[in-house]
Design a binder for this molecule. Structure first.
Ligand code: F6R
Length: 608
């Protein structure tokens, strides 16, 4: 989704903004632009394509000034083009506006503005905001912002500057994230913390309906009633290095390697002196837990796949029925949710519009809301009753890896907590599983030292048009996640199937040389997997097994096997997904594609 950076202070605004936008590249975008007010008035540049195109242009045609706004656009209304790139301006180019989100009543506003004689240069919804600022402007940018906010409807994070007020900018927020960075003699507003971290660690999030009035020495935040809101900034503990590549070729590879630490950070701080799980941000009492008669897990994409594993863990350990639902479907099918339902939302970014909408629907129906998210203070976290933060650190690559494994850890810990409260688990099993989750981090660290086998598989599949993943039980969920990883970055058509379901249709897709990756870590199902592998081999498939060490049955039927260390069956997805992540990564590198920024995808999907 779009990235936003606003700056006012003493430095060269162009440099601050470009470096801030670079830190937001992970959000996905198709064009970039900037407007800066200098001694000679408003200057701007905007281009379709990578941020580097804009940066190169600015190197050759620098813009002077210490106040400005910059934007990376992910197209919603209007194709990616120079004209549709932000900022958008009023007619005489005294006002510049950037926007993330969608102005839902833009057609109505556009009609009104056209009638008043305004002319439009782009196909975007955002341009109405620039003209609205012009329409309402009475010499006071803040008061104008209040009027604009009153007129627009939809989701937005908006920054606006006016050439006649060269010492201030305004920021408006509704549903799309905006964070204020408090500096010394300079201030920032951006879509996410990494954009400001080079300059300040003191930050605060804007809430829905709030407007920030920003000058070099002051940030004043107002609510919709125009009352001042006293923000309490918090200090960001993680380093900027955590948001940069740190020596790896790609963010995705770095993040795959950060998984052991992510798992440790997620579990270790939540174990008390006696070895029990202590979930600080979850206020659920034993009595409340015992009252739940069902659980819904709702999420999108990879987070949904983590939820599918979470279902197995909760049903097996806590004996509570779980429905796992895709967020964009959940709220349109009148789910059986009431005040005896716990709804668990999973979202790395905490800003996914579909998941947020599902949260609100669950709230409306009276459910207790628990979210699992990686971003402190995100919209989903703020609107939940209870939050489990995955301490994975910022995830920059569009393809989610470390967020997934830490989400799995979150589910195991929640399942264990529910199980203990419901007396459905022995203390022996409880402590054994906690111990094995911790061990998983060490196991992964060892595994990640050698990715030769995954590279070999990447060589084998890189030129294939299609590939299938099979598994049974939780392995089927791992298969889903592996298939998503491969298709989203390598663009190879990849699909996953429950191994036992193949013969009911999908087996028709298998032909001579079709690569099939068969995941088999579930002890009681090994023999069944062997039969399913035989079925595809008999039709010409080339089968790569992912099996637990010590299992000789699978190797006897596969063309190649990647062994993963043995761990409790329920926890196996934590380990077995990693070869799948690495296969996707290496295949994409071999194909020479953009690993971290795959086509058509955005990191944070803030539109429904
Ligand atoms: C896949 C991927 C997406 C996200 C999905 C939800 O690698 O990253 O499928 O998992 O868009 O995003 P969050 O977790 O931020 O809600």
């Amino acid at each position: 989704m779009c990235g936003i950076v606003g700056y006012v202070g003493k430095l060269n605004a162009q440099n601050v903004i470009i470096s801030g936008l670079e830190k937001l590249e992970y959000r996905g975008y198709d064009s970039a632009g900037i407007a800066v007010i200098g001694k000679d008035g408003m200057n701007s540049a905007k281009f379709k394509g990578r941020l580097s195109v804009l940066a190169k242009y600015l190197e050759e045609h620098p813009i002077e000034g210490t106040i400005g706004i910059g934007h990376t656009r992910w197209a919603t209304h209007g194709v990616p083009s120079d004209e549709n790139a932000h900022p958008h301006f009023n007619k005489d180019k005294t006002i510049a506006v950037i926007h993330n989100g969608i102005i839902e009543n833009y057609l109505e506003l556009k009609a009104m503005l056209l009638e008043k004689g305004y002319e439009f240069r782009s196909q975007t919804d955002t341009e109405v905001v620039a003209h609205l600022f012009d329409f309402y402007y009475d010499g006071d940018l803040l008061q104008t912002a209040f009027k604009v906010e009153n007129a627009i409807r939809g989701t937005y994070a908006i920054l606006a500057i006016h050439q006649d007020s060269p010492n201030e900018f305004v920021a408006l927020r509704c549903e799309a994230p905006l964070v204020i960075g408090y500096g010394n003699g300079e201030n920032f507003v951006a879509s996410d913390i990494p954009a400001v971290l080079e300059y300040t660690r003191e930050v605060a999030f804007l809430e829905n309906g709030e407007i920030a009035h920003v000058t070099a020495n002051n940030v004043t935040v107002y609510n919709t009633k125009k009352e001042i809101v006293h923000k309490k900034p918090f200090t960001v503990e993680w380093s900027l290095d955590a948001a940069t590549k740190g020596g790896y070729d790609h963010f995705m590879l770095k993040e795959i390697h950060e998984q052991p630490q992510g798992i440790r950070d997620t579990i270790n701080n939540r174990i008390d002196g006696k070895g029990y799980i202590k979930l600080d941000d979850i206020k659920l009492t034993k009595e409340e837990i015992q009252k739940f008669d069902k659980i819904y897990i709702v999420a999108c994409g990879t987070a949904y796949h983590a939820g599918c594993v979470g279902k197995y863990a909760i049903e097996k350990l806590a004996k509570i029925p779980v429905v796992c639902d895709i967020a964009s479907e959940f709220r349109y099918r009148d789910p059986f949710v009431d005040n005896k339902t716990l709804v668990i939302l999973v979202s790395q970014s905490g800003e996914t519009a579909d998941t947020l909408a599902a949260l609100r629907e669950a709230r409306r129906k009276g459910a207790r809301i628990l979210s699992i998210t990686n971003v402190v203070g995100s919209s989903i976290a703020r609107e939940s009753d209870d939050v489990f933060y995955t301490w994975a650190g910022p995830e920059i690559a569009v393809a989610s890896t470390k967020a997934y494994t830490t989400q799995l850890v979150a589910f195991y810990m929640i399942a264990l907590t529910l199980a203990l409260a419901k007396n459905t688990i022995s203390e022996r099993t409880y402590f054994m599983l906690i111990d094995q989750i911790k061990q998983a981090a060490d196991i992964l660290e060892e595994m990640l030292k050698d990715d030769t086998q995954e590279k070999e598989v990447a060589e084998l599949i890189k030129d294939k048009n299609a590939l299938f993943y099979l598994g049974r039980g939780v392995d089927m969920q791992t298969a889903k996640e592996m298939a998503l990883k491969l298709k989203e970055i390598s663009y190879i058509y990849a699909e996953s199937f429950a191994a036992g379901e193949l013969k009911h249709g999908p087996i028709a897709l298998i032909e001579n040389g079709t690569p099939v990756i068969a995941i088999s870590t579930q002890e009681p199902m090994i023999e069944k997997m062997v039969s399913n592998i035989q079925e595809v081999k008999a039709r010409g498939a080339y089968v790569i097994g992912i099996a637990s060490e010590g299992d000789n049955l699978i190797s006897s039927v596969c063309d190649k096997v990647i062994y993963v260390p043995k761990i409790d069956d329920l926890l196996a997805p934590l380990i077995s997904v990693v070869p799948g992540q690495l296969i996707a990564y290496h295949t994409t590198c071999l194909k020479g594609l953009d690993v971290d920024k795959p086509r058509n995808l955005a990191k944070s999907v803030t539109v429904e």
